[in-house]
Design a protein around this ligand. Sequence first.
Ligand SMILES: Nc1nc2c(c(=O)[nH]1)N[C@H]1C(S)=C(S)[C@@H](COP(=O)(O)O)O[C@H]1N2
Ligand SMILES: [Mo]
Length: 220
Amino acid sequence: MADDNEPPDSKLTRTKEKWAREGRFLTGKITRPEDQRLPPGQHLTKDWPVLDLGVVPPVSRDRWRLDVYGAIEHPVFWTFAEFTAQKQVQFTSDIHCVTTWSRYDNLWEGLATHELLAACQPREDARFVVLHSYDGYTTNLALEDFAAEDALLAHSWSGQPLTEEHGGPVRLVVPHLYFWKSAKWLQAIEFQTEDAPGFWEVRGYHNRGDPWAEQRYSGD
Ligand SMILES: Nc1nc2c(c(=O)[nH]1)N[C@H]1C(S)=C(S)[C@@H](COP(=O)(O)O)O[C@H]1N2
Ligand SMILES: [Mo]
């Protein structure tokens, strides 16, 4: 009989343990005191505005594919069913849009980015991630920001499938950065050794986009 106290000894488990020892991918504190919860220059909204390039790409769950490639040991190519067969999490987090609205307590469900990293295993020299979307949008993130504890690839919001206007079937959610980093209609995730600014980042938005540092535009 298997000993319940014996941890499963897979390559994945060992890699995660190694990352935990190294503190790899940890970006620090997620919860903030209530008086620091709303970043400077933001106001709260109860509704959820739609912001994008104006074209909703027609991608049903049936036709959706996620392609993960680049500086990783194990490229991933998932259908929606394969994606949702991975370990699922529910995270509640706040949205902060660079256009100054914030929305509290959004309940997301999907795949934590650290689970994706455990599956694809970034190479030692991987430092950056580019998100590619079905509408042609791109955005770039440092690997540490992508790997934040509360970041996920979300397929549901408030217990319902993510609507197409908000990026369904699947969008990224990186709560600690401005919302333009949270790519809707996610199609591919590319791991890179060099940084490659995305759609808004080459059009004057800040490369990182930390709301508490008001990193709205390049030069801020
Ligand atoms: N694919 C894609 N993702 C995108 C965008 C876009 O145009 N295309 N716009 C970004 C911007 S600027 C914002 S503020 C949020 C808006 O998400 P929402 O419409 O769900 O509020 O999506 C981000 N992700
Ligand atoms: Mo935005």
